[in-house]
Design a protein around this ligand. Structure first.
Ligand SMILES: [Fe+2]
Ligand SMILES: [Fe+2]
Length: 265
């Protein structure tokens, strides 16, 4: 199985920090279409827009349509802290929601189940998985626990560096940790975005990974003082290859299109 994981497009009508968010999203989609049309699924893990406004969702939709991806690669979407749930639902009326109106849903691929979480709370940039959303997750995990489970969420569920400098991660870390521990034999991997940095590792026996943003990649910091930094580095998206006995995460720096491929070596 091949998964494309893209995140944090931050679409906006105007440029942001002198970067054209629309152009970068377009280049990423074109790169996916030209190099990965054999992928099984494309997922965009939130911060689809910079400010959650109607116009930005319309631009997001238009950019997607113009990329002419194969039908099966129409992306699965979730919300980030920069999104607006109501505007999102208005522009994506076919998106599945849970019984409480949160943008949470699951998908089955044979022996695999993908679970998509909603960690948005209006008025804050930190991640929230309230009791209602936790209950939905626990019920879904119980139902699917015989399958191999893959979680997709916007916010990082653990501090990626110093805990003191990660005020914007998932607030209900401890509650989420308990859920992960309960189902750690079924959960294979956690995919997230939000911090705009490439990360990978293992948490409670479960591997995780995150791509940078297609808009603005950031630079990690390893002190208690700074959360992240800004530099003129490459945006990316991730390509994940899953076999019976492996899960491999590659990074695609999609702005680098001039590649001299080795032949016959
Ligand atoms: Fe973001
Ligand atoms: Fe975010």
């Amino acid at each position: 199985m091949k998964i494309i994981h893209l995140s944090d497009t931050h679409i906006n009508p105007e440029t942001l920090n002198k970067i054209d968010t629309q152009q970068r999203f377009k280049l990423a989609l074109n790169h996916i279409r030209d190099n990965h049309s054999n992928a099984d699924i494309l997922i965009i893990t939130g911060d689809l827009t910079a400010f959650g406004d109607d116009e930005s969702y319309q631009i997001f939709n238009k950019t997607l349509k113009e990329a002419i991806l194969p039908d099966h690669l129409y992306p699965k979407l979730i919300l980030g802290n920069h999104d607006d749930r109501e505007n999102f639902k208005k522009n994506f009326p076919n998106i599945k929601i849970d019984q409480n109106g949160f943008v949470q849903y699951s998908l089955n691929f044979g022996d695999k189940t993908f679970i998509f979480l909603d960690t948005n709370l209006s008025g804050t940039h930190a991640g929230h998985l309230c009791e209602k959303r936790q209950t939905w997750l626990i019920e879904t995990l119980k139902k699917e626990q015989e399958n191999k489970i893959y979680l997709f969420m916007h916010h990082n569920p653990l501090a990626l560096g110093q805990i003191k400098s990660d005020a914007l991660g998932l607030v209900q870390r401890n509650e989420f940790k308990k859920i992960l521990l309960q189902f750690q034999n079924s959960i294979q991997h956690i995919f997230f975005g939000h911090q705009h940095i490439t990360s990978s590792g293992k948490y409670l026996g479960i591997t995780f990974s995150s791509p940078r943003s297609t808009w603005q990649p950031l630079v990690p910091n390893f002190s208690e003082k700074f959360r992240l930094g800004k530099a003129d580095t490459d945006p990316n998206y991730n390509v994940i290859l899953i076999t019976e006995d492996s899960l491999i995460v590659h990074t695609e720096d999609f702005l680098k299109t001039k590649v001299n491929w080795f032949e016959g070596e």
